[in-house]
Design a protein around this ligand. Structure first.
Ligand SMILES: [Zn+2]
Length: 117
C-alpha cells in the first residue's frame, strides 16, 4: 500500500490509523502468501457465505475445505487454494479455482447450502 500520491490529510489519517493498529498488533502474518491471488475484501454477504461454508466443512478455522464452485459437493484440494479476505478457500480443481478467483463474489453468492431448499 505505498500510496504516496494521496492528499496529505489522507496520508495523515492513514498514519494515525497505522499507529493505532500497530499499538495492538497481534502479529498476524499475511494470509497464505504464495499461490493465493485473491486479496480483495469480501462483501458482508460473501463473508456470511464464507463463514457458513467454513462451518459446513466441520471445522471453523477460516479454511473452507470444500469446493465452493462445486456447491461444497467436492473436497477442496489445498493445492488449488485461494485466499479471499481472511479466508482460505480450497477448490477441487484448477478450473474451479479459476472460476472462483475470476469472480469470488459471484461464486460465493451463488453458493447454495444443502439445508437451504
Ligand atoms: Zn470444484
Amino acid at each position: 500500500m505505498p500510496n504516496v500520491n494521496g492528499p496529505k490529510m489522507i496520508v495523515g489519517l492513514l498514519l494515525a490509523g497505522m499507529l493505532m493498529i500497530s499499538g495492538c498488533s497481534t502479529g498476524e502474518p499475511p494470509a497464505d502468501s504464495g499461490k493465493s491471488a485473491v486479496t480483495a475484501t469480501p462483501s458482508p454477504a460473501a463473508i456470511a457465505v464464507l463463514a457458513k461454508a467454513d462451518a459446513a466443512d466441520g471445522t471453523v478455522d477460516k479454511v473452507v475445505s470444500k469446493c465452493v464452485t462445486c456447491m461444497l459437493g467436492m473436497d477442496g484440494n489445498p493445492e488449488n487454494s485461494a485466499a479471499y479476505g481472511e479466508y482460505s478457500v480450497h477448490l477441487c480443481s484448477k478450473d474451479c479455482r479459476e472460476t472462483f478467483v475470476k469472480d469470488p463474489e459471484k461464486a460465493l453468492l451463488a453458493l447454495k447450502f444443502p439445508e437451504e431448499k
